[in-house]
Design a protein around this ligand. Structure first.
Ligand SMILES: C[S@@+](CC[C@H](N)C(=O)[O-])C[C@H]1O[C@@H](n2cnc3c(N)ncnc32)[C@H](O)[C@@H]1O
Length: 302
């Protein structure tokens, strides 16, 4: 817990919206609300008693939905990418995938709903920095894997569906299956139904899903934030059955932001024997890395 707070405080130094959100939530008087998962041993770092309660409210209330992406209970979990880190994503996109920079306006669709904070970037215009991260990850996915209109994708830990929306503007896929907690899925459904997708999506929790095979699994800052027991269940039902995968990890080895009850990288490697590890770039937190398997090539920047 202390490490989590330390990491967020470090990010807040260069991120006024995160600093404001932390100030408001840490010093707020009154109950935080209930965590979604009753058993603390099965609770993700993000299931902090405020975030999922707020997701539920934003999914139901038009007023809360209108600005959910700048709400203090939501910003620390999903909207804490700094303006500077956003610039690093622009630099990587400009260097390695200029075709995406040429079409950057197509991805700004991700900033139309939910009232995100945006910044001005030279030659790009106003964009939310988390949207820039989703675009950069989408270009990694484009490079690393084969995409056809029948590709079955699973994403573990989906936020509001922004990664899917940005990938949808770049990649052909069949069905994108979104795994998360029930209130988060309700919010994502409301968000995604505000847009028109090229592909299709399906929402599910881990418990609602039979073990199944996917062509590609994606999980960024999410599988790695789950407690070990839940990670093992995802490995058994989803990850180890997937032909390929891309996971940004912020736990599991020395120096990563999150210690505590998460599988170590050696254990993840045992379960995904063909995986390869590359350092995250741009690095969003010290020690972060990407686990890849079944890929045709590494990301261009690696
Ligand atoms: C830090 S957020 C990352 C979201 C998204 N991948 C992104 O890159 O913006 C962690 C995500 O994990 C989700 N999560 C928490 N518990 C989960 C569980 N048991 N199964 C799947 N996702 C979970 C949270 O709701 C949240 O969407």
């Amino acid at each position: 817990m202390f490490e989590k707070l330390r990491d967020r405080l470090a990010k807040a130094r260069t991120n006024p919206s995160l600093a404001w959100a932390l100030l408001k939530t840490r010093f707020r008087v009154g109950p935080a609300g209930g965590a979604e998962v009753a058993d603390p041993a099965h609770r993700s770092i993000s299931d902090d008693g405020r975030y999922t309660v707020f997701c539920d409210r934003a999914a139901r209330s038009t007023l809360a939905f209108r600005t959910f992406r700048r709400h203090p209970d939501y910003v620390p979990i999903l909207e804490h990418v700094t303006r500077e880190l956003g610039q690093s994503y622009v630099d990587v996109l400009r260097r390695w995938t200029p075709h995406v920079i040429d079409r950057i306006n197509d991805f700004k669709v991700n900033d139309l709903v939910g009232g995100p904070i945006t910044h001005e970037y030279e030659g790009i215009g106003r964009v939310n920095p988390t949207t820039l991260r989703y675009v950069k990850v989408a270009t990694d996915l484009e490079t690393c894997f084969n995409w056809t209109a029948t590709t079955a994708v699973a994403e573990v830990g989906i936020g509001y569906g922004g990664q899917l929306l940005c990938a949808d503007r770049l990649l052909s896929y069949g069905t994108w299956t979104l795994f998360d907690l029930p209130p988060v899925l309700r919010l994502a459904s409301r968000y995604l139904e505000s847009h028109l997708l090229q592909g299709s999506y399906r929402l599910t929790t881990l418990n609602q899903s039979q073990p199944a095979s996917y062509d590609i699994v994606v999980s960024n800052y999410a599988f790695s934030e789950l407690p070990a027991a839940v990670q093992r269940a995802y490995l058994r039902k989803v990850l180890s059955r997937a032909a390929s995968g891309y996971m940004t990890m912020n736990s599991g080895r020395e120096g990563t932001p999150f210690g505590g009850d998460h599988l170590c990288l050696a254990e993840v490697r045992r379960q995904l024997p063909d995986c390869e590890v590359v350092e995250e770039h741009p690095c969003s937190a010290p020690g972060n890395y990407i686990v890849l398997w079944g890929h045709r090539s590494r990301p261009q920047w690696s």
